[in-house]
Design a protein. Structure first.
Length: 973
């Protein structure tokens, strides 16, 4: 007999969002549940209607089968669907996982209502018990519950089968930009309730202490028994049910006997309010009592008292116009693909807190439920986004009535699940699905059900940032040019808060102009922030030998952003996919193992809670840049770096300041009258343990220049003549390649996808042909003129080598023709002998920094092994640069020191790789480090921008044609 669940082909029926599934609710069922996670019998069928065979393997639940030992491997496509069928169709070859296990229902559950919860299944779930059909569910990122009471017998064993169909009509609205997987990706559990139960609990807690708890009560035996009531306790304070609310429709006297409503209303005196800086939570236990007072059901909630409202064009939390320092986050893990543990999520949020983030957009589906608990607890504002992205067929689907149910279903189920979290401050209808009637239907549902939170949807906001009639209370563009945002805010037309749902694309070496964005946001009323795209580089740990994902057992096979030898971080195409979108899946501000990229330090600084306003003789003026907190949770250390090499340090006492206040504080040392250029850095650390950082954790390091450099003395000619060969190349015992001109960098992802790299290649900048024009000696000095020819232009390059005490001074100039209107860099590159393995520098650091991403790297004396300067971006590219370098040394264990003094602060890069080494490979593990150092000293270096998706860097960070001059001195000590 054909299985009826298969016979109706629910995977090609968008109208069918579920069958036999219980309504979503916010009652917490975790305690007392029977976990069903672990190894299940498993087989992978080629199609949902293929017969189930007799041969079983095992699969771990929760977990995608695509990273377990099957032949269906992960695939990455962005906009494009992975199959050609139009909605609502799916391909005939459609991997379908059959999971089976025994279900031993506790005898103690006799008389109780028994419910199966499947945390998430991708993309259609069919449930059978002992071969009998139980139900169907779609919506790959929300739990599905089924009442098994009629299917199982307490004290007996049943067989539970979960069939998961990978491709379906639903796949067309789950076309988010990440890996395609299949399987059960969140936990499965079984729980029991009394037939008389809490069907839902809605908690509303306002900043004035008002608390409303609305409970829905049902009894599965039929009519509700008389006399039931609800109580609650809030941190030990007993709250009683309001009279007159025990029946639905009580207000108009039509009595329902199957759905009871109970309301608890209380005002908490002197309430401690919740906000992302001080996430104060209260514990609320709701109890449903039978008439005799015994407890039939309980639900535990953590409550945060807070208000969210839009007033004018400001989004206010507790009346404060908070800045939204957000990031987009996927549920991602390099071993499991999708499945994330509580500890993983906690670690994600801890990193985000430490780097100054206060907001998360759950791109582009409801995240694992624990994430919201953690966000409540650690303090984040969440934009909760429904699981709707129909990117490839957006226009057709937005108005397709066959998908209407799915839109309303997905948005409403998210709201029903997450409505009690104080962290959730905004609902989002989804992502990149055009805008149609299906959105308005879903928006209508939310507005009626939850009037306490604003709603946003980028696809609607795009119709007009100020349009009052679209389904978005927020102007939430993605990658809007900063000048457009500022212009809108200044136009007088703005009606809604402007908070970009995506900005600053973090692919590879990126996030240029982040500080410029924040300078504008903080100084332009109407601009309130945005969400960086995105948190994760979605690299999946892969064995190089057989190309397979390592899977769950790979912990320990990576460290510091780098996969262990024999492994690599796979991106699109690495699993042999015929159709894929390459490294575009690696676009996060953390590596696949959560190691922060240097851009994180930039964010940390632009989000700094304490800022240095200015330096006066009596001290430094500090400002509290938080919204709610004082500075008492912070302490600090002053560091004064002097050009002469000294660093003075001393403890900082942070003043008592309310948000927005400033005060002058004295320094613990006198600033020496001598020593040249002087930079002051305040290393701000956590004074007392926070939930997300132990005392001593650095949270920001604002700096200020307190004395400018004197005009550098040009060392005068002295010493033996400089050795230059017939080609005009400098000969030096510590150099293996003489300094030559470089206009090229290994293109970053932004350079490639923004089109710059192809221009540079077309101009021949990666293979300039050098021809010496003249070599003139004048005393000990030598002047060399050379031409560097590209395909369209010729650069005239002049180097003058002058012997100075202990070394040689190099004065250079390069004249770029108009054709070379926007190049990667203009500077010198040379290579050193092996052994010079430690870099000391006076300049910005210690993090990697670039001209348009240099706010997070204070000026000081820094030291790092050369091997640690490099950032292992997944697709090798320009990496490891340091901005604002005044001088540096490279030293060897035998005390040989090569010292370079620069005429002014310059972009310097010391690396084990030539640009061509980086461009020759596609993955980090293929790189072979050179023994010596490749050193770049740049007169000008192009900003990084974010052109892989979004605006390029600003004109001020471009390298212009014309004459560039720079000089430097090379000495051996
Ligand atoms: C956005 C999209 C994201 C991601 C990003 C590029 O348009 O919403 O999901 O694709 O671009 O990385
Ligand atoms: Mg998309």
């Amino acid at each position: 007999m054909t299985d009826p669940l298969v016979a109706v082909r629910p995977w090609e029926a968008p109208e069918v969002t579920s069958w036999g599934r219980l309504p979503m609710n916010a009652v917490d069922r975790r305690s007392g549940a029977l976990p069903l996670d672990g190894d299940w019998r498993f087989q992978l069928l080629p199609a949902p209607d293929a017969p189930v065979g007799g041969a079983w393997a095992t699969a771990h639940v929760p977990g995608a089968w695509t990273v377990q030992d099957t032949d269906d491997l992960p695939q990455y496509t962005n906009v494009r669907m992975p199959f050609p069928e139009f909605p609502p169709h799916s391909p005939a070859t459609n991997p379908t996982g059959v999971y089976e296990r025994e279900l031993d229902v506790p005898a103690a559950w006799a008389g109780r209502r028994i419910v199966l919860q499947v945390g998430a299944a991708e993309s259609v779930l069919l449930v059978h018990v002992d071969g009998r059909p139980v139900g169907v569910s779609k919506d790959s990122h929300l739990a599905a519950e089924f009442d098994l009471t009629a299917f199982v017998s307490p004290g007996e064993r049943s067989v539970l089968r979960l069939t998961v169909v990978k491709w379906s009509d639903a796949t067309h609205i789950e076309d988010q930009d990440h890996w395609w997987h299949g399987g059960i990706t969140r936990s499965v559990l079984l729980y029991a309730t009394d037939p008389l139960r809490l069907a839902d609990v809605t908690v509303r807690a306002r900043r004035d202490g008002e608390l409303r708890v609305d409970c829905l009560v049902r009894d599965d035996r039929g009519a509700l028994p008389g006399g039931w009531y609800v109580t609650a306790d809030l941190d030990g304070m007993l709250l009683a049910q309001d009279a007159g609310f025990d029946r639905r429709n009580a207000e108009d006297d039509r009595v329902s006997d199957f759905l009871g409503e109970a309301r608890i209303h209380a005002v908490v005196p002197e309430v401690r309010t919740w906000n992302a800086e001080e996430p104060e939570l209260y514990g609320l236990t709701v109890r449903l009592h039978r008439a005799d007072g015994t407890v039939a059901d309980t639900s535990y909630h953590r409550v945060g008292f807070r208000d969210v409202e839009i007033v004018g064009r400001d989004l206010l939390v507790n009346g404060e116009r908070v800045f939204v320092r957000g990031v987009n986050r996927h549920d991602f893990h390099p071993l499991t693909g999708r499945t994330v543990s509580y500890d993983d999520m906690r670690a994600d949020l801890v990193v985000l807190k430490r780097f100054g983030f206060n907001a998360i957009r759950t791109s582009h589906y409801p995240n694992d439920p624990a994430l919201y608990d953690l966000a409540d607890e650690l303090g984040f504002y969440i934009v909760d986004e429904a699981d709707i992205e129909s990117h490839d067929h957006a226009h057709e689907i937005a108005d397709d009535p066959r998908y209407l149910n799915a839109f309303v279903d997905r948005v409403s189920r998210m709201v029903l699940r997450d409505k009690n979290h104080p962290s959730v401050i905004i609902w989002s209808l989804g992502n990149e699905s055009d805008y149609g009637a299906n959105h308005d239907a879903a928006a209508g549902w939310v507005r009626r059900h939850d009037p306490t939170r604003p709603l946003q949807y980028e696809g609607a906001a795009k119709r007009g940032w100020a349009d009052p009639d679209v389904a978005s209370d927020i102007a939430c563009p993605m990658y809007a040019p900063l000048e457009d945002c500022v212009a809108h805010a200044l136009s007088g037309e703005q009606t809604k808060p402007l908070i970009q749902c995506e900005y600053s694309h973090a692919m590879g070496n990126s996030n240029g102009t982040l500080a410029d964005h924040w300078a504008a946001i903080e100084s332009t009323p109407g601009l309130q922030g945005g969400f960086i795209w995105e948190f994760w580089d979605h690299g999946i740990l892969q064995r190089v030998s057989d190309g397979r994902p390592v899977g769950r057992t790979g912990a320990g096979l990576y460290d510091n952003g780098v996969a262990a030898p024999g492994h690599r971080w796979a991106y699109g195409g690495d699993f042999g996919e015929a159709l894929h979108d390459g490294a575009f899946v690696a676009d996060g501000i953390v590596f696949p193992d959560r190691t922060p990229k240097p851009a994180m330090y930039e964010h940390r600084e632009v989000a700094a809670p304490v800022r240095i306003r200015c330096f006066r003789h009596e001290g430094v003026v500090l400002a509290n840049h938080q919204h709610f907190r004082g500075l008492d949770w912070l302490t600090g250390t002053w560091e004064l770096a002097l050009a002469d090499g000294r660093t003075l340090t001393g403890p900082a006492r942070l003043p008592q300041l309310r948000p927005g206040e400033t005060a002058a504080v004295p320094l613990p040392f006198a600033v020496p009258a001598d020593g040249g250029e002087a930079w002051l850095t305040l290393r701000v650390t956590v004074a007392e343990d926070q939930a997300w950082a132990p005392a001593g954790t650095e949270v920001c390091a604002p700096g200020i220049r307190i004395r400018a450099a004197h005009a550098p003395e040009r060392p005068v000619a002295a010493g033996p003549a400089v050795e230059v060969d017939r080609e005009g190349l400098l000969r030096h015992p510590l150099l293996t390649a003489a300094p030559t001109l470089s206009l090229w960098r290994a293109p970053t992802d932004n350079d490639e996808l923004g089109g710059m790299a192809s221009r540079w290649r077309a101009w021949g900048l990666d293979r300039l042909v050098r021809k010496v024009v003249s070599v003139r000696r004048d005393g000990g000095s030598v002047a060399v003129v050379a031409q560097y020819a590209g395909t369209v232009g010729v650069v005239r390059h002049r180097q003058e080598f002058t012997p100075v005490e202990g070394g040689v001074r190099v004065d250079e100039s390069a004249e770029l023709p108009e054709e070379f209107s926007d190049v990667a860099r203009v500077g010198s590159v040379f290579e050193t002998v092996a052994g010079l393995d430690v870099l000391d520098w006076f300049g910005q650091g210690p993090w990697e920094s670039y001209p348009d991403r240099a706010a997070g790297a204070p000026v000081g004396h820094h030291r790092l092994p050369v091997d640690e300067l490099f950032t292992p971006y997944l697709r090798p590219q320009e990496s490891g640069g340091r901005h604002g370098v005044r001088r540096f040394t490279l030293s060897a264990p035998d005390a040989t020191v090569l010292a370079v003094e620069l005429d002014e602060p310059r972009q310097v890069c010391v690396s084990r790789y030539r640009a061509e080494d980086l461009t020759a490979v596609t993955h980090h593990d293929e790189l072979v480090p050179r023994a010596g150092c490749v050193v770049h000293i740049d007169a000008a270096h192009r900003g990084l921008g974010t052109a892989s998706c979004g605006p390029d860097t600003f004109p001020s960070y471009l390298v212009a044609p014309g004459v560039h001059r720079w000089s430097w001195t090379l000495r051996v000590r």
